[in-house]
Design a protein around this ligand. Structure first.
Ligand code: X6L
Ligand code: MG
Ligand code: MG
Length: 168
């Protein structure tokens, strides 16, 4: 077997409709079943108060680390297909969704493509993203995880985030 380029990316997952935990596990399984993607770490699952549009139910949020031979754009396309397969319908801006997959980091890539800005431009402002991301990065990027923890300390809104399920 020929060796393929391998990149590491971090993806945030969120669901606040229907069987939220099932949507999270289905999304992770669909990522991992792709021949060019391996899920290599996952955070705990957190229940989080909605932000942006607050008249909706609480979210389950988590983050995963993936190894992939796909480009950032190709990985993003797979993520959007998984959202569609899991019944994502875009109605209210920032409103309820069965599955939201956001690419946070892709290797050391920095880009300003309007379709896919990397690193994710809002990730440092959202505790519901940072708390699980820090866990998912601990194994492979402990130094960067520590820097994000310092960033998290400065944020408000951490009280709206409660541990919901521990990864075994
Ligand atoms: C002012 C204006 C302040 C807008 C905040 C924040 C907008 C976050 C959108 C904002 C603003 C977002 C999730 C969520 C959403 C999620 C939780 C978004 C997009 N997604 N709340 N709200 N978890 N807890 O995954 O992140 S909508
Ligand atoms: Mg999102
Ligand atoms: Mg999204």
């Amino acid at each position: 077997m020929g060796s393929q380029p391998s990149f590491v990316a971090y993806i945030a997952l969120g669901s606040n409709m229907g069987d939220r935990e099932r949507f999270l596990s289905d999304a992770i399984r669909l990522l991992d079943e792709h021949e060019a993607i391996q899920v290599s770490a996952q955070s705990n699952i957190y229940e989080t108060d909605p932000v942006g549009y607050t008249d909706q139910g609480p979210f389950l949020n988590m983050a995963v680390e993936v190894e992939t031979s796909l480009s950032a754009e190709a990985l993003f396309d797979v993520m959007m297909q998984i959202e569609q397969r899991l019944g994502r319908v875009r109605e209210i801006r920032f409103g309820p969704r069965t599955m939201d997959l956001d690419m946070l980091l892709y290797d050391d890539l920095r880009q300003d493509d309007p379709k896919l800005i990397l690193p994710h431009p809002r990730m440092l402002e959202r505790a519901f993203v940072l708390v699980p991301l820090i866990e998912a990065m601990q194994g492979r990027h402990p130094q960067q995880a520590a820097e994000l923890s310092a960033q998290l300390e400065k944020l408000e809104g951490k009280e709206g985030i409660t541990l919901w399920k521990k990864m075994q």
